[in-house]
Design a protein around this ligand. Structure first.
Ligand SMILES: NC(=O)C1=CN([C@@H]2O[C@H](COP(=O)(O)OP(=O)(O)OC[C@H]3O[C@@H](n4cnc5c(N)ncnc54)[C@H](OP(=O)(O)O)[C@@H]3O)[C@@H](O)[C@H]2O)C=CC1
Ligand SMILES: O=C(O)[C@@H]1CCC=N1
Length: 275
């Protein structure tokens, strides 16, 4: 059970997904506060439930045991520098969800050595089906580690990594990952339509197939390669399709794409630290 008060600095897409998941998991709305400058985003957040939403970050910090930093990487420095004094005084556990912003850079900008759990969640957190990688810096106590783990477990799978650099690989696999599956679904829907299905039928068949495949992979006792083989009848239709995917270099393309995402996280860190 999460009894701490949780304040979010930044209430955009990813914060809304986590907040929606926390509320669905039973965290009371009056334990959640958000500081968000954009009035439209505040309205969207307020629609999630009976949480305290405002534009005043200082008020959020003064009322929170845990502060989730959910702003874009590019504004993290200015946000932390502007909030350094109240954060240094109150010393809440900080949880950052920003891609490519290291705990070292955050503490440099704060001018202190605060407890920071850096994590990489993903948007399915909204449906409590998220996947998050977490890393704790040396200032994080066992209790704080448990608190951070409990928050992210409330919205899905939470996995700790030993080295901070591994979070860039987590970003490439699961942080950005939902977008890869959405792209595949977009492409399958479009192909279904080209092959003569109406848009709604193509959509329904694609989405249900994605759900069914993910459930079999998660709930079954065989690996995904074996599940793929079981669909692939010798000399059948799947064999033709899979052969064309392999011939087109799908595996190499996936590796290149994930390496690109990992490298972009590393670049972001260097760009932000060089500022
Ligand atoms: N989207 C995703 O799937 C994932 C995102 N992340 C990480 O989450 C973080 C947020 O991403 P995302 O939610 O997509 O981005 P959004 O732009 O949707 O959310 C960021 C929010 O922060 C607000 N903001 C800007 N400045 C401040 C400030 N000074 N104080 C408080 N709030 C402020 C922005 O308002 P305004 O719009 O007015 O600028 C915006 O609403 C990023 O660091 C990203 O790397 C991590 C995992 C997955
Ligand atoms: O695209 C991004 O940079 C963020 C981080 C992972 C998902 N969205």
């Amino acid at each position: 059970m999460i009894s701490a008060t949780i304040g979010f600095i930044g209430g955009g897409n990813m914060a809304a997904s986590i907040i929606g998941g926390l509320l669905a998991s039973g965290v009371p709305g009056n334990h959640i506060r958000v500081g968000e400058p954009n009035a439209k985003s505040r309205d969207k957040l307020q629609a999630l439930g009976d949480i305290q939403v405002g534009a005043d970050n200082d008020a959020v910090i003064s009322q929170s045991d845990i502060v989730v930093l959910a702003v874009k990487p590019q504004v993290m420095r200015s946000v932390l520098e502007s909030l350094a004094t109240p954060l240094r005084e109150r010393r809440p556990l900080l949880i950052s969800i920003a891609a490519g912003v290291t705990t070292g850079a955050m503490n440099d900008w704060l001018g202190d050595n605060l407890a920071i759990v850096r994590c990489m969640p993903n948007t399915p957190a909204l449906l409590q089906s998220g996947a998050t990688g977490l890393f704790a810096n040396a200032a994080v106590s066992d209790t704080q580690r448990q608190q951070a783990g409990a928050i992210l477990e409330a919205v899905g799978l939470a996995v700790w990594v030993e080295k901070e650099v591994q979070l860039d690989a987590v970003t490439a696999v699961s942080g950005s990952g939902p977008a890869y599956f959405f792209l595949m679904m977009e492409a399958m829907q479009a192909s279904g339509e080209k092959l003569g299905l109406d848009a709604d039928t193509a959509r329904q068949l694609t989405l249900q197939t994605a759900l069914g495949a993910a459930r079999m992979a998660l709930e079954g006792d065989v690996d995904v390669a074996e599940l793929r083989r079981r669909v692939t009848s010798p000399n059948g239709t799947t064999e033709r399709a899979i052969g064309l995917f392999e011939q087109g270099g799908l595996r190499q393309l996936v590796e290149q794409a994930l390496t690109g995402a990992r490298d972009r996280a590393d670049e972001l860190a260097k760009e932000l630290e060089g500022e």
